[in-house]
Design a protein around this ligand. Sequence first.
Ligand code: S6P
Ligand code: ZN
Length: 194
Amino acid sequence: MSDFITPPVPPMTIHFDAQAGTLTPEGPVLERRMSDLEGLFADKGAWDEAVANGNPVVYSVVSTPVPEVDRELPQSITTIEPGTTAGEFWMTKGHQHPNHQGEIYLGISGQGGLLMFDGENTSWVDMAPGVIGYIPPGWAHRSVNVGSEPYKFLAVYPGGAGHDYGWVLENGMGQRVYSSDAGHEFAPFFAAQA
Ligand code: S6P
Ligand code: ZN
């Protein structure tokens, strides 16, 4: 094991409770409020208003103790609250892995979607409990809650993948996802407007 820059964590048992949507033991927990999603929703005025009116938690990410370090395989559960901002469903910031590495998502509860964009093409996976969405290397990814309950999924990804949020701010995600009579509908991506 002498060629490891960071010594690997010891083997461990992690309890995954699909019903409760928890991982035990827990590692770092991250909370993203509306103010953390600047420049992402199409309607900047509606986003400003939501920030001023309570600045709600849009999503949280609970990880295990496996670190984001090259050659480790971290896991986390993301919970996106139900809601819309000027009709646009609540979503994660979205990111590209700068080292272009793959990732899997497993739907746990609620109704969501996995939006992927490679800079030219978009792809969408309807996420429900038991569905695995595969993110190939080079595809930026964003998760969207298209239901009325919290949407939860498990992510498993290479520890050295990195998270480039600037790429999404610069290039967008190809499409936006809005609430509609049929549930959800797509609109071509356009940058945030005041
Ligand atoms: C990590 C993986 C997820 C997201 C999480 C939050 O590679 O894709 O754990 O980090 O769903 O999304 P975001 O875009 O804010 O990191
Ligand atoms: Zn990722």
